[in-house]
Write a protein that binds this ligand. Structure first.
Ligand code: ADP
Ligand code: MG
Length: 727
C-alpha cells in the first residue's frame, strides 16, 4: 500500500465516535438560535412588532424607523446568544452561500467601545463581491452589488455570527442571486393562485408555495477524502474500480447506521433544530455510506434558505466528526448518485393544501383545478423545467437508471388517471343538463381523500404526484432548489392566469361557473395528455415512446441550457416579472461558464493524476515483474519458462492499458487546448462536451483495469471499497 493510503487506512481504523452533548430535550431547543416572530414580540415595541409581522405576511415595506428598532432588537438578542459579528447572508450564482462578517464592536473614544448595529446596516450592505459571477451584468465601472434584507426569512446565529438572509442585486437593480427571482416567482404564483381560489372560496387572500426537500449525501472519512485529490477538488472520484460488493445486495437501504455516523447525525440534527430547520427523517440510502435527511415542508423561500443552511451545517458538523460530506450528484462510478427531491404544493392562508383532495365535491373541484393546471404547466414548459436542473454534475445522474431520465413527464397514479379520463370523456359540449352536473359532481366527490397509497407510486418518474403534493425528483443534490422552484412557480402562475382568463370568458358567454371550470379542465386534460406517463421511466421503451409523443430528451446540460434564450421563454419571464432579458441571458452565460469550468478542472486533474500517480505506480510494478521474469529465466532456464507466461502476459496487459490510457489522455489534452481557444461560451461548452468529456470514461476504463492488475500494495489511491466500507 502506498504510504499515504496506508496512513489513511490506519487513521480510519482508529477512529471512535466523538462525544456529543446530551441531556435537554430536542423539542426545547427548536429555533433557539432564530430571531423568529415569538422572539421579536419579546424584544420589540408593540408597533414595531406589528409592522414587521405585516411585512412578513404581505411583503409590505418596512420604514427606516422600524428597521432601526428591529436592528437594535436583533443586536440585543444576538449578543445574548453570544454573537460578536453580523453578516448579510446571500446566495450568489456560484450555488453556495456567501457572507462577509463585520463586528458589532465599534470604538468610540480612547479605551471606550460600544456594540453597534443600525437599521441602515440591517437593510442594505455593499459586500466586496466583485468575484461573484455576474454574467456581464456588473462591469467594472458599475462593479457595485448590494445585499438587501429579506424580512420574510428570519435572522439566525451560527457560532459567533448573526446571519441576516438577504437578496443580492447589482447597482442597476438586476438580480445577482437566486433569492430575488425566487421571491418574485412566489409573488407571481401567489397572485395568480389567489385569483383562481376566489372561484371556490372568497376568504382566500394569500397562497404560499410549499417546499419539502429531501437531501441525499455521502459521508467519507476525512483521511480517505484527503488522499483522493479528485474527490477533494471535483467532488467525485474521476476513476476507481467499482467495489465487488456494491449495492447489489441492497442491504444498506434503511440498514443500521454505523455508530460514528449516528453520533454525527445526532449532533447535526441538534444544530439544525436549533436553527429552526425541522429535520425529522434520517435514513440510509441505496449506496453504502449514502444518507438522506428530510425536514417537514415549509413555505418555499424559507425552506430553500433552510436547505442551503443545512448543506453548510452538514459540512461543518461532519468536520467535527472527521468526516467529509460529499454532495456531488455522482461521486462514485457504479453506485447510485445523490439527488434532492423537491416536494411542492400550494397552500392557502385559510389552511387548505390546494393539491390535496378534499372532503366534498366543491373542495375536490378546487383540487382538480390546481392539479390539472399543474400538469398543463408541466406539459407546456417541460423544457424549462429540464433546463432548471441542468448542470455538469447532474448530467452524470439523470438517465443513469437510478434517477429520472432527462425526459420530463408526470406520473399521477391509476386512481387519478381514471378521474381525469372520466372528466375528459364525460363532459359533453354545449349546455349541461342538471342531471349531467349532478352526476359529474358525484363522481368528483368520490375522489378518495387519502391517495397516499404506496402501491401506487412510481419512483422512476421525474415529476410525480404523491397524494397531496408533486415531487420533482430530477433536482441535483448539489443544486440550489431555488432554480427549479423559480421555474415551477413561474410556469404555474402563468398557467393559472391563462386558466382564469378562459374560465371568465366562458362565464361571460353564459356558462355557469362550475360548467366553465369543468369544460376548461377538460380542455387542459386533453391538451396535456402527452406529458402523463405511468410506466417505467428508466426503460428504453419510454425513450422511444417519448420521441413518438414529441417530448424533448435533452441529455446534457449544454443542450438544456439553450432553452433559456428561446424567445417565448424570455417573454414569459418578462411578462411574469421574474427575470428581465438581460438577467436571463446573464444567468445562462453563468451556467455555461460553470459547465466549462467544471469539465476543465476535471480534465486537468485526470491528466495530472494519470501522469504523476497512475503511471509511476504501473512502471514500478512493471519493473518488479521484469526483474522477476529475468530472475526466473536465470534460475529455471529458458526452456522451463516456455509454457509459463503468467508474469509476461501480466506485463503485456499492463503495457496495453498504460499505452491506451496515455494515448487517450494526449488526445484529450490536445482537444482541451483547442477548446480553450474558443471565445463563444456556448461553443466552448459544446466542444468540452464533445471532444474533451467524451474521453473521460475511456481513460477511467484503462485506469480501472490497471487498478485491478497492479499490486494492491503500491496503488496510490484509496480504493472505492475502502472508502465506503470502512467505518
Ligand atoms: P418519500 O418521498 O421519501 O416517500 P414522503 O412522501 O413521506 O417521503 O415525504 C417527503 C417530503 O414531502 C417530506 O419532506 C414532507 O415534508 C414533504 N411534504 C409533505 N407535504 C407537503 C406539502 N404539502 N408541500 C410540500 N412538501 C410536502
Ligand atoms: Mg421522495
Amino acid at each position: 500500500m502506498s504510504s499515504v493510503r496506508k496512513q489513511a487506512y490506519q487513521d480510519v481504523l482508529q477512529r471512535s465516535p466523538k462525544e456529543i452533548e446530551s441531556g435537554e430535550k430536542i423539542s426545547k431547543s427548536f429555533g433557539e438560535k432564530v430571531f423568529h416572530l415569538e422572539v421579536m414580540r419579546e424584544y420589540l415595541p408593540d408597533e414595531a412588532y406589528k409592522s414587521i409581522k405585516a411585512a412578513i405576511a404581505n411583503g409590505t415595506r418596512i420604514e427606516r424607523r422600524i428597521a432601526d428598532q428591529v436592528a437594535s432588537a436583533m443586536k440585543d438578542w444576538a449578543l445574548d446568544k453570544g454573537a460578536t459579528h453580523y453578516t448579510h447572508w446571500f446566495q450568489p450564482l456560484t450555488g453556495s452561500t456567501a457572507e462577509k462578517h463585520d463586528a458589532f464592536f465599534k470604538p468610540v473614544g480612547p479605551g471606550r467601545a460600544i456594540e453597534q448595529f443600525s437599521g441602515e446596516l440591517l437593510v442594505q450592505q455593499e459586500p466586496d463581491a466583485s468575484s461573484f459571477p455576474h454574467g456581464g451584468i456588473r462591469n467594472t465601472f458599475e462593479a457595485r452589488g448590494y445585499t438587501a434584507w429579506d424580512p420574510s426569512s428570519p435572522a439566525f446565529v451560527i457560532a459567533d455570527t448573526l446571519c441576516i438572509p438577504t437578496i443580492f442585486i447589482a447597482y442597476t437593480g438586476e438580480a445577482l442571486d437566486y433569492k430575488m427571482p425566487l421571491l418574485k416567482a412566489l409573488h407571481a404564483v401567489d397572485e395568480a393562485a389567489v385569483d383562481v381560489c376566489k372561484y371556490f372560496d372568497k376568504n382566500v387572500t394569500k397562497v404560499n408555495a410549499t417546499l419539502g426537500w429531501e437531501q441525499e449525501y455521502f459521508l467519507i472519512d476525512k483521511a480517505f477524502y484527503n488522499a483522493r485529490p479528485d474527490l477533494l477538488m471535483t467532488g467525485r472520484v474521476l476513476f476507481g474500480h467499482p467495489p465487488a460488493k456494491g449495492q447489489q445486495l441492497d442491504d444498506h437501504y434503511f440498514g443500521s447506521i454505523p455508530e460514528r455516523v449516528t453520533t454525527f447525525m445526532k449532533d447535526f440534527e441538534r444544530e439544525s433544530i436549533r436553527l429552526g430547520i425541522p429535520v425529522t427523517t434520517r435514513h440510509n440510502e441505496v449506496a453504502p455510506n449514502q444518507f438522506e435527511c428530510a425536514p417537514i415542508f415549509e413555505e418555499c423561500n424559507l425552506a430553500n434558505d433552510h436547505n442551503l443552511l443545512l448543506m453548510d451545517l452538514l459540512e461543518k458538523v461532519a468536520r467535527k466528526h472527521d468526516f467529509r460530506v460529499v454532495l456531488h450528484e455522482k461521486p462514485f462510478p457504479g453506485l447510485n448518485g445523490s439527488g434532492k427531491h423537491n416536494n411542492w404544493s400550494l397552500a392557502t392562508d385559510t389552511g387548505v393544501n390546494l393539491l390535496a383532495p378534499g372532503k366534498n365535491p366543491k373542495s375536490n373541484m378546487q383540487f382538480l383545478t390546481f392539479f390539472v393546471n399543474t400538469i398543463k404547466a408541466i406539459h407546456d414548459h417541460a423544457d424549462l423545467l429540464r433546463a432548471s436542473i441542468a448542470s455538469a454534475s447532474n448530467d452524470h445522474r439523470l438517465g443513469g437508471h437510478e434517477a429520472p431520465p432527462a425526459i420530463i413527464s408526470a406520473f399521477i397514479g391509476s386512481q387519478l388517471t381514471k378521474v381525469l379520463d372520466d372528466l375528459e370523456q364525460n363532459i359533453k359540449a354545449g349546455k349541461m343538463t342538471p342531471q349531467d352536473k349532478t352526476e359529474l359532481k358525484l363522481n368528483i366527490g368520490k375522489i378518495p381523500q387519502i391517495l397516499l397509497d404506496n402501491t401506487d407510486r412510481n419512483r422512476t418518474s421525474p415529476f410525480a404526484f404523491t397524494g397531496n403534493k408533486f415531487e420533482f425528483r430530477a433536482v441535483g443534490s448539489l443544486a440550489n432548489c431555488a432554480q427549479p422552484m423559480i421555474i415551477l412557480n413561474t410556469i404555474m402562475a402563468k398557467q393559472l392566469q391563462l386558466f382564469k382568463t378562459s374560465v371568465d370568458k366562458r362565464i361571460k358567454k353564459g356558462d355557469s361557473k362550475d360548467e366553465a371550470i369543468l369544460k376548461e379542465l377538460q380542455k387542459l386534460i386533453k391538451e396535456s395528455k402527452d406529458i402523463r406517463f405511468e410506466g417505467n421511466g428508466y426503460g428504453e421503451e419510454w425513450v422511444k415512446e417519448a420521441k413518438k409523443r414529441g417530448l424533448s430528451n435533452m441529455k446534457d446540460a449544454p443542450s438544456a441550457l439553450k432553452v433559456w434564450e428561446r424567445k417565448e421563454v424570455i417573454e414569459l419571464f418578462e411578462e411574469m416579472n421574474v427575470f428581465s432579458k438581460r438577467e436571463l441571458l446573464a444567468r445562462q452565460e453563468i451556467e455555461f461558464e460553470k459547465y466549462v469550468l467544471r469539465l476543465q478542472i476535471e480534465a486537468r486533474l485526470i491528466g495530472d493524476l494519470t501522469q504523476n500517480h497512475v503511471i509511476p505506480a504501473v512502471i514500478n510494478y512493471q519493473n518488479r515483474l521484469i526483474d522477476n521474469i529475468k530472475g526466473l529465466t536465470e534460475v529455471l532456464g529458458k526452456e522451463a519458462m516456455a509454457g509459463m507466461d503468467a508474469q509476461k502476459s501480466l506485463l503485456s496487459d499492463l503495457s496495453v492499458h498504460l499505452n491506451k490510457m496515455q494515448e487517450v489522455s494526449r488526445k484529450m489534452l490536445e482537444n482541451r487546448k483547442k477548446a480553450n481557444k474558443i471565445e463563444d461560451i456556448q461553443k466552448k461548452a459544446a466542444a468540452y462536451r464533445d471532444t474533451v468529456k467524451v474521453h473521460f470514461d475511456e481513460i477511467a476504463y484503462h485506469t480501472d483495469k490497471l487498478e485491478v492488475l497492479v499490486d494492491d500494495e503500491i496503488w496510490p489511491f484509496p480504493k472505492i471499497r475502502e472508502m465506503l466500507f470502512t467505518s
